[in-house]
Design a protein around this ligand. Structure first.
Ligand code: TYD
Ligand code: MG
Length: 474
């Protein structure tokens, strides 16, 4: 087959070239030029094409049916997708290699396809197309996970042309998994599979087909060693939903997070545990994240957080130790290092707790990554507790956002956080001041203590004056 004309476009400034080069002459950026298929019509040549059809404009008000959902029954997965899969939508699942994307999607399509003896009305025709593993490998895995008799159509393929031809008919599958988009190639482009232009062209082709045939497309995208930019990130604007599957390699917990969703809320999380028979749902993540917590040690505080619509309790651990370095280390796992620097600065400037000459390590236990500013107060508590080697009061959860003057600011969904804490047996809470003053929250037995300023927390955790003198005082 004759190759279609392609052109080389700078991804930073959109300059077009006839051949590839390492540096864009127009904007001077390196490695931004990528091959793209030439458009069919000449750019700017609208006058020479067919006459356009005029659009039917409609009002904002109107009746439209909510999109029907296809539920897999794996509730952590369905919830993150916004309540099930929508026909004709494209979902990208990004994550590090080996994190469990293939495992999750195999389980999801197996659940959707059902077993032969199950009610066929609820089952959907599902296809799993692998470009990474062989059919035998997938079969072996399915067998190990006890899914071998599920009615999933399995194929190994990497050519987008072949895949499109197999899916492009009315009785085609309703849910299609492509594992992974990085291994797929479009034969009209000369660049290698996995390059930005191949990713875009392949995804575009498959998404267009999904919309036309009305099936749900699940694309797996590995986060490559160049980072997100050469991986799933370039596809994010093309798909309806972006899910990321994350977790620490050493931990068995995996977190599925929606970062974009045209059919539901974002920032929803689903928690899974990797077991030897696949991923198991974790209906109560707080209990899991706190499972290994040891009470009465300094430098540990329990943060009552909100992930999506769900409250989650996690342990924040801090360690402060003497340093011989000119610039002592600050290492953070699971939180933002800029935010840690801010909390340290507020502690020093407003409360006289100086950790300038010391190394500070902060860790969110269990492999969760916290994005909420509401964790500030819990981090501060862990730091103060570590610095003066006194445990945070037992049985206590903490949340609140810190301002630069040391004031503690209100955060959203305080009641939900307290309820979750009560559910897990916590009896006390340190939290921002509430507008309506109450000692105990309705329906819970939590003794909530309001902290208006960071200094109040310092006095509470280290009653014997200031734990570490500031540089100025020494
Ligand atoms: P996989 O789904 O292949 O990851 P990805 O598709 O994101 O690259 O998961 C691979 C890892 O999961 C592998 O290290 C083994 C582990 N695993 C289990 O622990 N139990 C299981 O049942 C399965 C299928 C995988
Ligand atoms: Mg895989």
């Amino acid at each position: 087959m004759a190759k279609a004309q392609s052109r080389f476009i700078c991804q930073a400034c959109a300059a077009a070239y006839g051949k590839w080069s390492g540096r864009c002459e127009q904007c001077g950026e390196w490695n931004t030029i990528a091959e793209e298929a030439a458009p069919q019509a000449t750019p700017g040549g609208l006058g020479r094409g067919r006459a356009g059809r005029s659009l039917d404009f409609v009002g904002l008000k109107g009746t439209s049916e909510p999109a029907p959902r296809r539920c897999s029954g794996i509730s952590e997965f369905d919830r993150v997708c916004g309540g099930g899969l929508v026909d004709g939508s494209a979902i990208l699942i990004g994550g590090d290699p080996g994190i469990g994307k293939s495992t999750l999607l195999l389980q999801a399509v197996a659940a959707l396809a059902g077993r032969p003896d199950q009610n066929r009305d609820a089952a959907a025709l599902c296809a799993y197309i692998t470009g990474e593993e062989s059919v035998d490998q997938i079969r072996l895995r399915a067998d190990r996970m006890g899914l071998a008799d599920c009615q999933v159509k399995l194929a190994a393929a990497t050519s987008v042309r072949d895949i499109a031809a197999s899916l492009d008919h009315a009785e085609g599958p309703r849910v299609v998994v492509i594992d992974s988009i990085q291994t797929m190639y479009v034969d009209t482009l000369e660049s290698a599979p996995g390059t930005v232009s191949q990713l875009r062209a392949g995804a575009q082709e498959l998404i267009r087909l999904a919309k036309r045939r009305g099936f749900t497309l699940l694309l797996v995208g590995h986060v490559t060693k160049e980072g997100l930019s050469a991986g799933p990130k370039v596809l994010e604007h093309m798909v309806d939903t972006v899910l990321t599957f994350e977790g620490e390699r050493g931990h068995q917990f995996r977190i599925l997070r929606a970062t974009k969703n045209r059919f539901g809320p974002t920032d929803e999380i689903g928690v899974f545990e990797m077991t030897d028979t696949g991923l198991a749902e974790v209906p109560n993540p707080s209990a899991l994240f706190l499972a290994e917590r040891r009470g009465n040690v300094s430098g540990s505080a329990v943060f009552a957080g909100i992930e999506g619509s769900r409250p989650v309790l996690v342990e924040v651990q801090a360690l402060v130790s003497a340093s011989s370095l000119a610039t002592p280390r600050r290492a953070v796992v699971g939180w933002d290092s800029g935010r840690l620097a801010m909390v340290l600065a507020v502690l020093e400037a407003r409360c006289g707790v100086a950790l300038t000459g010391q190394e500070v390590y902060l860790n969110v236990a269990g492999g969760l990554r916290i994005g909420e500013p509401a964790a500030d107060l819990a981090v501060a508590a862990a730091l103060i507790s570590a610095a003066c080697d006194r445990p945070v009061p037992e049985n206590c959860v903490i949340f609140g956002e810190l301002g630069l003057s040391g004031e503690v600011r209100a955060v959203s969904q305080a009641e939900a956080r307290l309820k979750e804490a009560a559910k897990l047996g916590f009896g006390r809470a340190l939290m921002p001041p509430r507008r309506k003053r109450r000692g105990k929250t309705a329906g819970t037995e939590i003794d909530a203590r309001e902290i208006g300023h960071l200094q109040d927390l310092v006095s509470l955790l280290s009653p014997a004056a200031r734990p570490v003198k500031s540089q100025a005082e020494r």
